[in-house]
Each structure stands twice: as C-alpha cells, then as structure tokens.
Design a protein around this ligand. Structure first.
Ligand code: GLN
Length: 535
C-alpha cells in the first residue's frame, strides 16, 4: 500500500484540497489508479448535520456518504468516483472504538488514544486504499493545521505508518502559507519554518513543501526553505495564486512534483502526465468573452461554499457554451419582501438549489413563480423541485394551502410528503435517501434529449418525496414527469411543456458535473440562459 499524506500549516483554508487533488490528477494522467481520502478532526460523525455556515456544502458520494466539500474537489479534479471510505472523521473513529469497548471486544484492556484510536484510523486508511480494489496510490488530506489538539491522533497515525509501511511507501507533503508584506516588498518564510518545526516535533519529516504565495518566489528563497526545513531543493514547490484553479496542476507538473513523488514511491507508470485537454480548457477559459448572469436563490448565499458544487457545475456548463457565468447571489429570506421583478431584471436564468427548513421558503416560491410566468430559464434542484410543485399547486391548480409536510404537516394538500412507512422513529443524522438511484427518462422529453440516454443514475440527499396522488392533476396543467424511478415510481425529474426551459430534479445533478464533462441539465439550462434576453 502506498500513501501520500497532505498536511497543512500556518493557516487553514490554504487550498490544501486543491493541491492534493491536483497531485491526484497528475498521477492519474500518468496511468495510475488514485483514491483520495480526507481525515477531518471534528467530532461530528459526518458533516450531514452541520450548518452550511460552519462547513460549506455537504458533498454526497455515489454510495451515499455525506462528506466534506473537499471530496467534491477530488472527484471533479481527479475525475473519479469516490466511496464512503473516503471520509474519516474523529467522530466516526471514536464511535467505532467506543462501540467496540461496549461490546467487550477489547477483552479488559484500558482503551487509549494510542494504540486504540490510532489503530482504528489505520484500519480506515487501509479500507480506503482497498475500497476500489485497484488503487495504486492513496492521497490522504488531513483537515485543519498542524498543532491543533484535535488532529494529533491523525498525525501520530501517519507517523507510525512510515515505520510500518516503509519510507518508499509513504510520502509527506506539507502545505504552508508564505505571506507577502507589500510595504517592504518582502516574502516571509519564517511561518513555514515554524510550521515544519511543529511537524517534525510530531515525528514527521516532510518530503515536499508546498508554498502558497500570492507572488513569485525565487530560487534563493526556495533554497533557504529547503535548508531550514531539511528537504531537497527540488522538493520546495511554489503554489502561486492562479486565475483558474486547473493551473495548479500544470504548475506542480512544471516543478516536477509528480516526478519526485513517483520516484520516491517507486511507482511504475507513464513518464509524463498528459495534460493537453486540461491546458486547452485553461486556454479556453481565459479567452471567454461573453457573460451570462444567473440568479441563485438560497438561504446561505453569504457563504458561497454552501453551494460549491452548484456553482462549479454552472461554471463548467459556461465553459461548454463559451460564456462566463456570473452568479447573482439572492437571499431567499430577503426575497420575501423585495420586488421580485427588480431583483431579477438583470439575470437570464434562475436556479433554486437544495435546502432544509422553512426559513426563506416563500422567497424561493416567489422566484419560481416569477421564472415560470415570465419564461425565464429555470433549474430547480431537490428542494427547488419540491417547491416548484408546491408553487404550481397553489397558483395553477388552486390548492391555496399546498405545501411540503416539512414546512406544514397539517396542510390538506400534502404535495411533498413522507412516503408511507418511510422513516419510522427517525433520527436526524444519516437517515435520508442518500446516494445514487436509478431514473428512467420519458420518451420525447427535454430531459431525454439532453441526456441522450434513457436510463440514468443520479445522487440524492433528501427526506421528502413528491406525493404521486397528485400526479394526474399536475399532468393536466402541463407538468411532465420526465424522470421516474423505475422501481419505486418516485418522481425524479419534472419539466414544463409551455415554457422555454423549466426543469427541476429531486436528485442533485451538481455532484456529477466535471470540468471537462459538464452535466447535461446544466448544459441545457445555461445554454437556454445564454439565448434569453433579460427584461
Ligand atoms: N428538505 C428537503 C428534503 O429533505 C430537500 C432536501 C434538499 O434539497 N437536499 O426532502
């Protein structure tokens, strides 16, 4: 088993995830099978129950794990599907150990961080490596920064792994910030030196140091870092701020980081990573001249990371159509009192993404009504689909109190509801319909035209479903149920007949969009928005 461990120092939010994913892309393009993992030090079991303001979006894997948004970077940048083994939190680790203790499986031993917690972390790392059965190398990012109390067991584990697996099977990458002082025009390496000192204090000597910097760092400075941090000159790598994040991989390749890793880990693979399509994409992005404005209506718009995959998917569809997508972030709660036509007068498309809880619901419904009545291209995702049906029920079918039982369980018209027998005695964490489910697309639908194939699989993360008792009512007024789960007959995708582009899905297409392979629904939506003139 071969592992690359990526740690961070000085500050958090260094873009460790992007660097780790870029390494993954390079190795994959040298013909290797790469798996990625993230070790998160927090005590939540998974980010599923955390506020998006705490954590950003929850990324859902194919097999239904609710994970950190960095796993989304990995899937998109490396172009791979991950599995539930990819996400390890302290919460999961401690829970497993304590459950085992209660079952008496430790046979009277005193349970300790070392070896019981560290062994559990190791077991999970090995499970990750073995998850897909063909992995050549596993990239493991450790959340937080070196020196945090919470992450100590993770650092201790990877220290031990170098001894157990051997030098040639483990590679340590440490990412740090190199601040630039504009007044004196200097860059400062001292924080990096301290951070590496902290790391070596835990018994880990980095094999490569990635310097995040807003400016160019010259050879002499790199050499200084190498000297003080005890690494080879060519193991000090600059990760300069870039306009387009895909350039990170290209810049790492130019500095031969992939060669360093491949040689160290004695990986047998192609001599060079073929990155032509990536370079073409970067060139294309830099030459985009046209722009299109799209409104995203949500409750957490102050933190854009809360909608990261949706935002990325919009951008990719933009690259496909040669336009830059400008997202206008619209707070759904504020929209309840603002003049809708003024808010949307400069946009060519409206998107209502997923969400939970009643705050801002009526604002989203107003946005949907506006898009429907004014022929503005519209895409609804999960809650966006549920509310589209509620809106149509109220406004077109005349069911004034129509609602989802998530927001009003007493309503006579439960358009969106729990399935019969669904979730008896539920808990809040990990009890949703999660991960990939089948969907069959209807002949003659816009959906089928966009996807170009009848049977698709899409990822889910929700508790409530469309109530099929109302299906015929909706069909009478021009709603097409264009995607249906073939087994359960649950509604997956709807579209409107008399509208240029009004589509909404119960699933989350955003988790499957990739830079070089944008999702068909987003391609359709952005394409239609490009042709739409704002009022
Ligand atoms: N709150 C809704 C549900 O639980 C929608 C969830 C979502 O948008 N992801 O069904």
């Amino acid at each position: 088993m071969k592992f690359i461990f990526v740690t961070g120092g000085v500050v958090s939010s260094l873009g460790k995830g992007i660097s780790a994913a870029s390494i993954g892309r390079l190795l994959k393009r040298r013909g290797l099978h790469v798996f990625s993992m993230k070790l998160d030090p927090y005590l939540n079991i998974d980010p599923g129950t955390m506020s998006p303001y705490q954590h950003g979006e929850v990324f859902v894997t194919k097999d239904g794990a609710e994970t950190d948004l960095d796993l989304g970077h990995y899937e998109r940048i490396i172009n791979t599907d991950l599995t539930k083994e990819c996400s390890v939190t302290s919460g999961k680790v401690y829970q497993a150990v304590l459950d085992k203790e209660r079952r008496g499986e430790y046979l009277g031993a005193t349970i300790q961080i070392i070896p019981h917690i560290t062994n559990e972390i190791k077991r999970r790392l090995f499970d990750g490596f073995n998850a897909k059965g063909n992995t050549d190398v596993c990239i493991v990012e450790i959340g937080g920064t070196v020196g945090d109390i919470e992450s100590l067991p993770f650092f201790e584990t990877i220290r031990q792994l170098r001894r157990e697996l051997g030098y040639e099977n483990t590679f340590f990458v440490h990412t740090t910030l190199v601040p630039y002082l504009p007044t004196s025009g200097e860059i400062k390496t001292k924080p990096t030196q301290h951070s590496v000192k902290e790391l070596t204090g835990l018994g880990i000597q980095p094999d490569a140091i990635l310097l995040r910097s807003p400016v160019y760092i010259d050879k002499a400075t790199k050499r200084k870092v190498a000297l003080f941090c005890n690494v080879d000159d060519d193991a000090v790598i600059l990760v300069k701020d870039v306009d387009v994040i895909y350039e990170v991989a290209i810049n790492l390749q130019k500095q031969k980081l992939d060669d360093l890793i491949v040689n160290h880990l004695r990986l047998e693979c192609d001599d060079v990573a073929k990155m032509d399509d990536w370079e073409e994409l970067i060139k294309k992005i830099k030459n985009i001249k046209k722009e299109v404005n799209i409104a995203l209506v949500g409750k957490y718009v102050k933190l854009h990371d809360a909608y990261l995959s949706v935002y990325e998917s919009l951008k990719y569809a933009g690259y496909f159509h040669n336009v830059k997508v400008n997202v206008k972030w619209v707070d759904s709660e504020e929209l309840e009192t603002l003049k809708v036509e003024e808010v949307f007068n400069d946009v060519s498309g409206i998107i209502v993404p997923g969400g939970f809880g009643s705050r801002g619901i009526e604002g989203k419904i107003r946005a949907i009504k506006y898009a429907r009545e004014n022929n503005i291209p519209f895409l609804g995702l999960c809650l966006g689909m549920q509310l589209s049906l509620v809106e149509i029920a109220r406004d077109v079918l005349g069911y004034e109190d129509a609602n989802s039982t998530e927001f009003n369980s007493d309503t006579t018209h439960k358009i969106i509801d729990y399935l019969p027998d669904q979730y008896k005695g539920i808990k809040l964490g990990g009890t949703m319909r999660l991960g990939e489910y089948d969907c069959a697309l209807m002949e003659g639908s816009k959906a089928l035209m966009l996807y170009g194939e009848k049977n698709i699989k899409e990822r889910h993360r929700h508790r409530y479903e469309f109530n099929n008792e109302y299906k015929e009512d909706f069909e009478r007024v021009g709603v097409v149920f264009s995607g249906i789960n073939p087994k359960t007959k649950l509604c997956e995708l709807i579209e409107l007949k008399n509208h240029p582009f009004f589509m909404a899905s119960q699933f989350h297409p955003e988790f499957k969009s990739r830079p070089l392979k944008p999702h068909p629904l987003f391609i359709g939506f952005v394409g239609e928005a490009v042709d739409h003139k704002p009022s």
